[in-house]
Design a protein around this ligand. Sequence first.
Ligand code: HEM
Length: 507
Amino acid sequence: MSDERRTLTTRQGHPVADNQNTRSIGARGPATMENYHFLEKMSHFDRERIPERVVHARGTTTHGFFEATGKVGDDPIAKFTRAKLFQEDGKRTEVAVRFSTVAGGRDSSEAIRDPRGFAVKFYTEDGNWDLVGNNLGVFFIRDAIKFPDFIHSQKPDPVTFERQVPNRVFDFASQSPESMHMFTLVLSPRGVPASYRTMQGFGVNTYKWVNEAGETMLVKYHWLPKQGVQSWTEEDAAKVQGEVLGVHTKELRDAIDAGDHPEWDLHVQLMSDEDHPELDFDPLDDTKVWPENEFPLHHIGRMVLDRNATNFFAENEQIAFGTGVLVDGLDFSDDKMLVGRTFSYSDTQRYRVGPNYLQLPVNQPKGVTNPVATNQRDGQMTYNVDGNQSGANPHINYEPSSRNGLVEAPAGGVPHTPYVAGHVVRQKLARTNDYAQPGERYRTIEAWERDDLVGNLIANLAQCNPDIQERMVGHLTQCDAEFGSRVAQGLGISVPEREMAMAGNDD
Ligand code: HEM
């Protein structure tokens, strides 16, 4: 073996000649305290951990590119959005993608029944765009104010630390009927993907596209894997879990190292930017899908993942995604979940990673027309003083200034300026319609998938208190009478008469 190994040093660059023995007075000690090498090594070790993500702690990051088609059907995409990354056929944009589970801790099993996170950071010339979605297309709740409670119900019991306790999960679910659609998906075979490479991705929340004239469309994003969609049953997953916890990270990394680069097509659904009273759901409700026969998928690009992270901590633990991270031509809708999420992500990242998390290489914009230049100053771990903080005159950290400080960008395309008026209230959306889509899903999946879904629900609900069982059976009956009665039968309880009478009549 040729000896090209590099010399071990301290972080100050001092070569380390002895990394085995603490400096001490004589071989038997006592140890000395002026030992810089020991103190640096130990105190850095003491600080190795940062708080793990409060959700999606278990994940893996890879890199690749997005390539646009430049079109929506036969139309140039510019008709709908002026976002630069989409405009030309063949235009490539670098991406970093983090796949994750939701509820477990940083070292938890990946072969678990749980939604998967599907977060994509596009390093565009106009700055970063993050599309932070999941693999199932809908979500459990439609109002961000319920998120901390929902997550607490999914997390381990705070006293015994027993994980995913059905009595907690379904206590919350049975009093949140909007969650039936997502639970129908999570408890079906799609609730345990066979690998990260074989799952779909969805933006889930409704966003807007803005064109050059300032006109808008509502938009939903879909990632479809070229590898096909594959899932595991409870038995498949249990077998794997008995042997290895990080199965999906390893599978993805091995495939990429072997040159088998996974690929997804990006499609969008578009809807005119209105309330759509003709629909039986609200387009701003993230517990709903938009029927594909009415709102067809349009192919707008593909994504290839071809490079693994080399420093897991720097690229996976410190990468920071957020729903507020949009570029010109993409905008928010009034989806109340989306608005709440947009506060939460950067708030947690300032705490979890630090106030200068955007200076870290994985989070910095790359290849931008306007290199990052702000008047924000200082804070812990300020790093890139020249690139990130100075205008032509580094003394000037305010704007407006007549002394060569930073200046505002020229006005871009026509801004989107929605007019909003109304009473300030606490109210849910008028068209909740919580049962129609899960009922339809129950009826349209294959017979073995229905059996699997019913079996999984019975196995979970059998561990719940009778009042929780009854409430759940009531909701499932309203989704579909057969669905509810099969679960009731498995639990040895009867379907409450009121729910039986209401079956199929959505609220
Ligand atoms: C109001 C609802 C929600 C809130 C408050 C919320 C909050 C959070 C927080 C605090 C994190 C940790 C971020 C970090 O530490 O870097 C996170 C991660 C994540 N969330 Fe949400 N979330 C919500 C809903 C959703 C929904 C609906 C989806 C899917 C469409 C989703 C997908 C993700 C993903 C994929 C991650 C992991 C990002 C990564 O890989 O770093 N979240 N969320």
